[in-house]
Every structure is written in C-alpha cells, then in structure tokens.
Design a protein around this ligand. Sequence first.
Ligand code: DP6
Length: 347
Amino acid sequence: MRTTTARAHPNIALVKYWGKRDEERILPAAGSLSMTLDAFETTTTVVPDGDRSADVLELNGRAADAEQTERIARFLDHVRALAGSAQRVIVRSHNSVPTGAGLASSASGFAALATAAATAFDLDLDNPALSRLARLGSGSACRSVVPGMAVWHAGDDESSFAEPVRAPDMRMVIVTVDRGRKPVSSRTAMRLTAATSPFYPAWVSSTEQSLSEMVEACQTGDFTRIGEITESHALRMHALIQSTTPPIRFLRPASVAIFDTVAELRSNGLEAYATADAGPNVAVLVRPDDAAALAGELDDLGQVRIVGPGPGAQLLPEGLEVPAATAHKGTAQGGTAQEGITQEGPA
Ligand code: DP6
C-alpha cells in the first residue's frame, strides 16, 4: 500500500438522477446525464496508517464529524472488500468551495476518494470499474470519474456505471445565490420523494424518455434540444421534490428569478437554459460564444462563474498531498486549490 492523491470535479446533471431502486448498491431508478466541470475541484489524499483501528477523515484541514467519517468508512469497506485488506486509512480531503452547498458535491468527493483509494489499495481498475466503485459512495460520483459529458446507465451492479458521450462544446454560467449548507441532503430528500410523492412513478418513466432524447440531441449536436430538455427536466425534478410529504423546496425566490431572466433573455435572442441540482444555485447552459454575454446579464442576480467541460478524476503525481490537519491553515469551508495542497517529499 502507498499514499496516493487524486483530484476530481463536480458535475451538473442535464438529465437528473433522483431516486434509487437499490439503496445499498446505489442503483438509480433511471439513467442520467451530466457535464463534469473544470472548476470547484476536490483533492483527496489517502494515507495507509499502520495498525489504526478506524478510518480517519480530515475535511478542509479539520477533523470531520462522526457522520461524515462513518460514510467514508462504509465506502472504504467496499474498497477493502475488493482488495482483500483490513487496512484502515487517513483520508485528507480539500474542497475548493463550501461543502454541502450544492457545488462542492459529494460527486467530486467520492470520485476523488475512489480514485485515490483504488490506487492506495493496489486495485487495478479500468474506467467502468472505477465509476462503479465511486457510485457506491454517492450515485452522482460515478459521472465525475468521466471527463466532459457523461451518461450513467441505470443497469444492475455490473452495468451501472458512467461513460463519455459525444456532445457539442458548451459552457455553463454558474450563478451562486447562497453558499450555505442545504437544509436536507440529496440522499434524504430522494428517499422521501420515492416514499411519498404520488408523481414518482411518472418521474421515473419520463426520465428514461428524456435521457434517450438527450443522448440523441448530444450526439447530433442539437444545442437547442439539449437546452430544452435540460430546463424542463430540472423544473420537473423540483416540482417532484415539492410534492413530497412533508414538502421540500430547494429553489429560493432568487433561484426562480434566474429561471425567469433566462427565459426573457432567450426570447430576446440569447439562447440559454437554466438548471439547478438539490440546492438554490442555478447553472445556465449556453454556447461558448455566448457565455461572456450571458454572465454579464446575470451578474446582478448572484455571483457568476463561467465553467466548461472538465477532466475526469485523476491521480496526482506522487509527492503532491493534501496536508495533515495540524499543518493546514485553511478554513473549514474551503479555500483555493493552491491552499489545499502541498508538495511533500516523495512518499
Ligand atoms: C440533484 O449523488 O448526491 O444532484 O447517491 O444518495 O449520494 P446519493 O445522491 P447524490 O444526488 C445527486 C442528485 C442531483 C441530481 C444529479 O446529480 O443527477
């Protein structure tokens, strides 16, 4: 075993994953499709640590709470089972944006952890196998293993992984309206949706339909169709989530205002389409040539950032590590990528 560090980026879904048919293996009720971003990365170091009896998690330079540590330990149990090992590890993870706000998603976290841990435990996994492993940490993480546009197949344990899909070059303008932690996690809200929404069966069947139309639109380079499906699928998901008992609402008035502004810009000839994951922040899909103009139009509605398709999860060269908690001076809520990593001597 050896110390390894990996980096991964979050993804924004254009066809959303919302609902599982198997909670244990994290098999989704329907397939989904997303863009892995070139920003908001997570960097994670896995350190094998002697005869320690429990895994340790350090998040943004501080010891993580028991719940976060337990989730990581359960994921590492899958890695240990694959490797035939009982070794416990220290996981040091650094997010470049706040955790739990819907940007520094569990997707980048588990994609980075799966990649670092697989190598630390000497597993030789190809990309589908790595995507399947990341899926066991958080469903959407299986898509962050893949660069750019990724489709995640519903499938069974063997066949449920993400792979690249051909698509036209696109940008997203991320409009951050709130950097706080969301009130309910995706996992809890998803479970409540499946258990209580009368619309859930229709959501699952219509998502399969949206996905096959989206894959075709991507492959034929039909930006307008990609955008139309993206926006309507996002609004369907948020309508679905509001139909739970008790109701949950992730969108804020500021989020809805962005959807309205985007519709108005569209009617004035700037073609763009809005989406939002399980939080109030909005991502607006646009052609590369229109991204700067769109960002200019949206910058009084929140903090804007133009992002594009980014790399899949990747190992960093040996010696680049997230520093140990005691040595780290960053904030618990994240900082810059440069703050989160140091050059150590070769491990
Ligand atoms: C709204 O992947 O975070 O972002 O599998 O329970 O960890 P778990 O859920 P998670 O859910 C992401 C939901 C979403 C839509 C999407 O990314 O497709």
